[in-house]
Design a protein around this ligand. Structure first.
Ligand SMILES: Nc1ncnc2c1ncn2[C@@H]1O[C@H](COP(=O)(O)OP(=O)(O)OP(=O)(O)O)[C@@H](O)[C@H]1O
Length: 391
């Protein structure tokens, strides 16, 4: 892991303020990752961002970018290496979209041709058709479109680092979700180092490779991957901040393919009712899954259905085999399916629809226990070398 930005005892005291707004913040920001600052209102997130690009000058401490101390370099030059997106977007209203995006490339003295190409490229990247949007003014765009222009403009000079201060804060939930997904897609291609501020823990978990949960004066309460924060919050502050839904949120980070599936008795749809009954009675389950000739689940047949008499074939009794998921489904989505399913379980099938296994409450419980155990092991492994050297 290469460290892109290092903050070293970074402190900001505003004049006339008794306490520092940011107090001796030290952290490493890895290259190519999205690091999220999340914390309550007024804890110092925005101030910290502005310290990194020196829109606010630190009272003390140092900022190291690419192993170079940039605490004292020319701030204008520093800011050309760092893109900045703010919540109110801050597009220049009297400039067209193309001119807005061209701001930094112009300052960098790029040729007209190179700038025009870059503007087109960036508009396409954020899914705005250049011919339609390049010559409009900001007021002729929707909020979400303006937000995308904000992101495109911050990327104008192709900076390695982007600071994004609640970039999707003012956008309605549906468009917000879409912009987040689009942004993650773009990031998977461009792999910038991104510092992203939000006060929404769900956004932090979705967007972050790492999350820094900040308390007052930007004091780090925990700085770790979303998984680790959800499975083992470092203290009560973090636990309160991530809230009661932590186990459920953790489920959104795991996939069916990562867990052990449960196996229910399966029976061919041409088999006899007698055979189905024998299979169920031999198992510890109350039902069997009827599969067609291509192993695709068709029906759930329970003992009660079989005991009810009649001579319809297995394919015509029981209940439809609904709640079907693929291995790539998240456990969160799978839980959702399970809640509406007759047997409180979801059937897992491969790409051809053939039966692979079942996820039930017990498999989810088992998965959560496994995550906790893995987390405990990780913490032990972290502690041991320290104990060895300290002891
Ligand atoms: N220019 C300033 N002069 C004096 N105090 C300031 C200044 N800017 C911010 N502060 C104070 O510093 C603290 C941190 O503010 P900051 O804007 O960094 O918080 P934040 O975590 O980004 O909050 P929010 O989530 O509400 O945007 C606050 O107490 C704020 O009042």
């Amino acid at each position: 892991m290469t460290i892109k930005i290092q903050l070293n005892e970074l402190t900001k005291r505003f004049t006339g303020q008794a306490d520092p707004a940011v107090d001796a913040l030290s952290m490493d920001i890895p290259e190519g990752e999205i690091v999220i600052f999340v914390g309550p209102s007024g804890c110092g997130k925005t101030t910290t961002m502005k310290l990194i690009n020196r829109l606010i000058e630190p009272s003390s401490g140092r900022i190291i970018l690419d192993d170079e101390d940039v605490t004292k370099v020319n701030p204008d030059q520093l800011r050309r290496r760092i893109g900045y997106v703010i919540q109110q977007i801050g597009l220049y209203p009297h400039m067209t979209i193309a001119e807005n995006i061209a701001t930094v490339p112009k300052m960098l003295g790029w040729s007209k041709k190179r700038i025009a190409e870059r503007v087109d490229e960036l508009l396409s990247l954020v899914s705005l058709e250049p011919r339609t949007f390049a010559h409009r003014y900001p007021k002729e765009l929707s909020g979400g479109q303006r937000q995308r222009v904000g992101v495109a403009r911050a990327m104008g000079g192709d900076p390695d680092v982007m600071l994004m201060d609640e970039p999707f804060g003012a956008i309605d939930p549906i468009n917000r979700d879409r912009l987040q997904n689009e942004f993650l897609r773009i990031q998977s291609e461009i792999k910038k180092t991104i510092v992203f501020v939000t006060h929404d823990i769900d956004e932090a978990i979705k967007m972050g490779n790492r999350i820094a949960i900040l308390g007052d004066q930007s004091r780090i309460q925990q700085y770790d991957t979303p998984e680790s924060i959800l499975v083992s919050p470092a203290n009560d502050f973090v636990a309160d901040f991530i809230g009661r839904g932590a186990a459920l949120k953790r489920c959104d980070l795991s996939r069916v393919e990562d867990i052990e599936l449960t196996h229910w008795p399966t029976v061919d749809e041409s088999a006899s009712r007698e055979e189905a009954r024998r299979l169920i009675q031999q198992s510890d389950k109350g039902a069997a899954l009827v599969l067609d000739t291509q192993q695709r689940p068709r029906r759930w047949v329970g003992l009660d259905h079989l005991l009810r008499g009649g001579d319809q074939p297995l394919s015509e009794i029981g209940l439809p085999a609904d709640a079907v998921v693929r291995p790539s489904a998240t456990l969160g989505d799978t839980l959702n399916e399970m809640l509406t399913a007759r047997y409180a379980s979801a059937i897992v099938v491969d790409g051809d629809g053939a039966y692979l296994g079942v996820v039930d409450i017990e498999s989810i419980n088992e998965a959560v226990r496994g995550m906790r155990a893995a987390e405990r092991k990780r913490l032990r492994d972290q502690l041991e070398p320290e104990q060895a050297s300290g002891g």
